[in-house]
Design a binder for this molecule. Structure first.
Ligand code: SF4
Ligand code: SF4
Length: 310
């Protein structure tokens, strides 16, 4: 039987290394979702990520973000590491172990677009990975990839949540039947109980309390209320994903770009404390860790050190 164009695109996405790929009609998000987001922002849960207050119209309607787009091709790229930092070491969130995911995911999406253009000449598209006001997780659900867990990540049944989401917005219609799959966490509350700061509730995440936000996006001093909660975390926090039963059988990524570089794997606490701006630039110039900047990372290292003495 001849493959449909959707099947051909998915097969190519998997060949490129994505672990999932689906299709969602580009249209405004539902009123219910728009209201939930508005309420979340009004309550100040986005902390000082003021970009969440801007471009509401684009965030809620991808056809305004990319005029003419008709389908969002949503992909997931596994980043679960082959090798993790020893427990006693200072910890970096898994997603930031290797190369900056924005570039890796977008490179693959543009390779996928090239393939699509060969199939259907004239198709236009734009790739996004955390680089535009786009509700990636919402569209991943619409595309049939999984559901949004209480830890606010996209959970792909059978694969878990350690995935980067990427979106290719194209000006062609693509459609597929979705398979039945779980749509919620059921009675599980493991991530809510595991969160060290109480940032997660059944109503969502309060970024003002989230260690991932506080160690990456937050630019000011970390409040003493949270310093003692940092544990060994110097960049990000994986606790609510580590607690999730859907991640129990996570398969390590086959994407070599996400491997932990050997010099960082060998870093002692003293190495972190004596990190110079030059060495930081050398080690992290193509890493997501650049997001915090040298000063932010050193602030975190000092905070973890002082928290360990409390
Ligand atoms: S990332 Fe850490 S601090 Fe933030 S919600 Fe998850 S467990 Fe809580
Ligand atoms: S730990 Fe449980 S409640 Fe949290 S996201 Fe996973 S399944 Fe959902």
């Amino acid at each position: 039987m001849e493959r449909s164009i959707e099947q051909a695109i998915r097969a190519e996405a998997l060949r490129l290394g994505f672990s999932a790929c689906g299709f969602a009609k580009a249209e405004p998000v539902s009123n219910e979702v728009a209201q939930t987001i508005d309420h979340w922002v009004e309550q100040g849960n986005h902390a000082d990520m003021s970009y969440m207050e801007r471009n509401r119209h684009l965030r809620l309607d991808p056809t305004q973000l990319v005029p003419g787009c008709r389908t969002l091709i949503v992909t997931a790229l596994n980043y679960y590491p082959k090798q993790t930092l020893p427990k006693e070491s200072y910890q970096i969130a898994y997603y930031a172990y290797g190369a900056d995911y924005h570039r890796v995911v977008k490179d693959k999406l543009y390779q996928l677009l090239t393939y699509i253009k060969d199939l259907v000449p004239g198709v236009q598209g734009r790739a996004f990975c955390d680089t535009a006001p786009l509700l990636e997780r919402y569209w991943a659900v619409k595309a049939g990839l999984g559901f949004i867990g209480q830890n606010r990540t996209l959970i792909i049944p059978g694969k878990g949540s350690y995935c980067f989401l990427g979106v290719l917005a194209v000006d062609m219609d693509l459609q597929e039947e979705h398979h039945d799959m779980p749509t919620s966490c059921g009675n599980c509350k493991r991530c809510l109980m595991a969160c060290p700061t109480g940032a997660l509730t059944v109503d969502g995440i309060d970024c003002r309390r989230c260690l991932s936000y506080l160690t990456i996006e937050h630019r000011a001093t970390i409040s003493p209320d949270f310093i003692g909660k940092l544990g060994n975390r110097i960049y990000g926090c994986d606790t609510c994903q580590q607690a999730c039963p859907h991640n129990r059988n996570a398969e390590p990524t086959s994407e070599a770009a996400f491997d932990l570089p050997a010099p960082i794997a060998a870093f002692t606490r003293d190495d972190w404390h004596s990190l110079t701006p030059e060495r930081y630039r050398e080690l992290f110039k193509h890493s997501a860790i650049e997001r915090a900047g040298y000063d932010g990372l050193m602030r975190n290292i000092e905070a973890v050190h002082s928290g360990s003495k409390e």
